[in-house]
Design a protein around this ligand. Structure first.
Ligand code: SF4
Length: 302
């Protein structure tokens, strides 16, 4: 846990540290931004902002050892979460909207993010959990390279909304140990209505397959902690608004045998009041049935 060695100090000037080519690719994508499938094509390097609302520099809203994540991430020391402000999705029911739908927090360079990761490791966290990283994948990737250079050995977690670019994911290969995407909806119409993107299921399914290709099934160590692999989250919405059974079908099709967390903690939040169906809660029965269904498809249900 939190193993650090101080034998590799960072050079004082970033130019002395040669970044791998994949990081350069991610940074170049910011000039006409294609970092995520929205392809806004704004120049974030000169301060322009696209749908995610964040320019080139990442903003960190909070960091902490988090004990409310899945038990395979929490262990004794908690999951070392780094929450980024902004998001490439605008989910009407976002449970985290005060961070994801704002540019709150403070600007942080990759070096500062690396230092935050190292500090969480020193505090005894079990992994470094980047929350809502998609629109700042360039900064996350560079921070991981820097932190590892300084001796970080904890697994890295990419805790995202599932609406990911394949090019960006390919550039992250080798840097992310655990992918933890949401899979939110099975129908385009739901993605359009509730998250303001036209093609959520198709994009999320392709992203899932790529994440699974990179890391494979979730691997749990002798202490019950995840070390590597794919863990998919699905938040059950009231009135089956997410078309949940079809979501499970898509997950089983694109990442057979993977681990899923079928989440029951939906509560009306943010702009849920604009959609009458979102003002209620999913039934316990629906959630139990869905878990059983996922089991019949040989998914590992947390
Ligand atoms: S990362 Fe932001 S600016 Fe870039 S394409 Fe996605 S939403 Fe647009």
């Amino acid at each position: 846990m939190g193993l650090l060695s101080n034998s590799n100090p960072l050079p004082s000037k970033p130019s002395e540290f040669e970044l791998p080519e994949n990081i350069t690719r991610l940074k170049n994508a910011l000039r006409a931004c294609t970092l995520c499938p929205r392809n806004c094509r704004v120049d974030r390097t000169i301060g322009q902002r696209g749908a995610c609302g964040i320019a080139a520099e990442a903003r960190v809203a909070s960091t902490m050892p988090h004990f409310g994540e899945e038990s395979v991430l929490v262990g004794r020391g908690g999951s070392g979460t780094i929450f980024f402000a902004g998001c490439n999705l605008h989910c009407a029911f976002c449970q985290n909207y005060d961070i994801s739908q704002t540019d709150s927090g403070r600007p942080c360079s990759p070096r500062q993010i690396a230092e935050l990761a190292l500090s969480l490791a020193q505090d005894g966290c079990e992994n470094i959990n980047f929350v809502t990283p998609t629109h700042v994948a360039h900064a996350v990737a560079e921070a991981i390279v820097l932190a590892r250079h300084l001796g970080l050995t904890l697994p890295t977690v990419y805790n995202c909304g599932g609406y990911e670019s394949l090019d960006t994911l390919r550039s992250l290969e080798g840097l992310i140990d655990i992918y933890m995407p949401d899979f939110k909806y099975a129908a385009d119409a739901s993605g359009r209505t509730y998250s303001e993107v036209d093609d959520y299921p198709t994009v999320a399914a392709a992203a899932l397959a790529e994440m699974f290709r990179q890391t494979g099934p979730l691997q749990i160590d002798q202490n019950g902690l995840a070390r590597r692999g794919l863990l998919v989250r699905h938040l059950v919405l009231p009135h089956n608004l997410a078309d949940s059974q079809k979501v499970i079908d898509l997950i089983a099709q694109h990442a057979p045998g993977c681990t899923v967390n079928i989440m029951a903690q939906y509560r009306p939040a943010f702009r849920a009041h604009e959609f009458p169906g979102l003002l209620e809660y999913p039934s316990r029965r629906d959630i139990q049935d869905l878990r059983q269904y996922a089991d019949t498809l040989n998914l590992v249900v947390l």
